[in-house]
Design a protein around this ligand. Sequence first.
Ligand code: BES
Ligand code: ZN
Ligand code: ZN
Length: 468
Amino acid sequence: MQITLVTQPFAALEADALVSYVFEESDPVQGRVAEIDKAAAGLLRKLAKSGELTGKWNNATLRKIAGSALRYLKARSVKNFALFVREGHATEETAQAIAEGALAANFETDKYKTDKKNDKNIDSVQIAGYSDLERAAGDKGLSKGRIIADAQNFARDLINEPANKLTPRIMAEKAEAMAREAGLAVEVLDEKRIADLRMGALLSVAQGSPEPPRVMVVTYTPANLKPGAPVIGLVGKAVTFDTGGISIKPADGMEKMKYDMAGGATMLGVMRALAALKPSVKVICVVPSTENMPGGKAQKPGDIQTAMSGKTIEVLNTDAEGRLILADGIHYAKQLGATHLVDAATLTGAIVVALANINVGVFGSDQAFTDKLLASSKAAGEKMWQMPIDDDYRDFIKGTVADIQNISSGKGGGAITGAMFIKEFTGDTPWIHLDIAGTAWNDDAKPWLAKGPTGVALRTLVHLIMSY
Ligand code: BES
Ligand code: ZN
Ligand code: ZN
């Protein structure tokens, strides 16, 4: 699908469909909408009078408008359309948002369907309503938006893969291929290196599966690296399938646990975008990957493991495995030089109870850093909500026979417990944990997005890193 930005006046636009938008205002037919109304012989005025043209429909952001328009028109076999932006809106941010919204909306999960409905495809989108003077800004936004949406769709494609098509080894191969193509440094640690590094927490999860674990390390280094600049460490949970292990999950809905690698896929997608956007800070991405299986060699509830950091862990529930692999991933990212850490993980069912599928759960050890991320989430149009992790919760993970335990014992606050566990491995390094268990997967299609993987948090993290 092509997206272009055009500067001809409204009357000279050529497209099969024209899209614009109104606000919740006393007269929706004003400004550029009045222009369209004139060309449409008063049709919009009629719609407004009948109450059908109001700013209520899905008007949250331009991303959603562009995405909803695309999916609406695609379903009706329209091949191309122009989105006419409103007066005063012809900016870089607008073009970026429209490109992001349209390209994300165009993503479908029909990869494994043999009879794809290829007749329903949007060939091109024109972003219209820009003057010649506004073109440079618009083109810049369009190209940024394209990079970010392509990266988001790359992540969504990985998340959508079933576990038999995406084992830790295959995921690592895909990460290598992406990094090579993007011009990023990449290293994949195999099970031997992982053992040599004593990543005991990751290995304890991996031991229940015949599939060996991997750790992907992708690094972006800016051309002129300033001494003393922050080094961002991105750590993503990539459990390619989570059965729960010996603390096995119920069969009903277990198939969804193929998306338990969404955090890792999202971080790889962030790196893919950064390679093209070229921020001024160094970014190290660490993605520990394993299956969580109940094989004969699987770890058992009560087992005590030693993490790479040296901390000992009582594994009271083998289904709380994400925090185990993140413990070693975080420690390794720090060892590689990260001064600021962000992890993303489909960590807990409890965050779905707390925030449903609407907000990402945000946990932060440094309020200034967390505020920066929350500001980026607003700019990127991804809803996030901060949760507490004060010291009063430390008791929840205090171990009885080892240093810490991987679940709390009937105290509630499951998402916070998960965050407190990860925090143990961050030391003094400013750190943010994103629990995306509720938001990484859409159970129902939205007007602007297909059912399935969302790629949530990618746009926020790209915005955060580009703001340094
Ligand atoms: N991968 C799950 C969390 C999850 C739940 C992701 C729902 C997506 C949707 C995680 O590994 C897990 O099983 N967490 C347990 C922790 C519990 C044993 C303390 C949970 O949330 O039930
Ligand atoms: Zn689990
Ligand atoms: Zn899991």
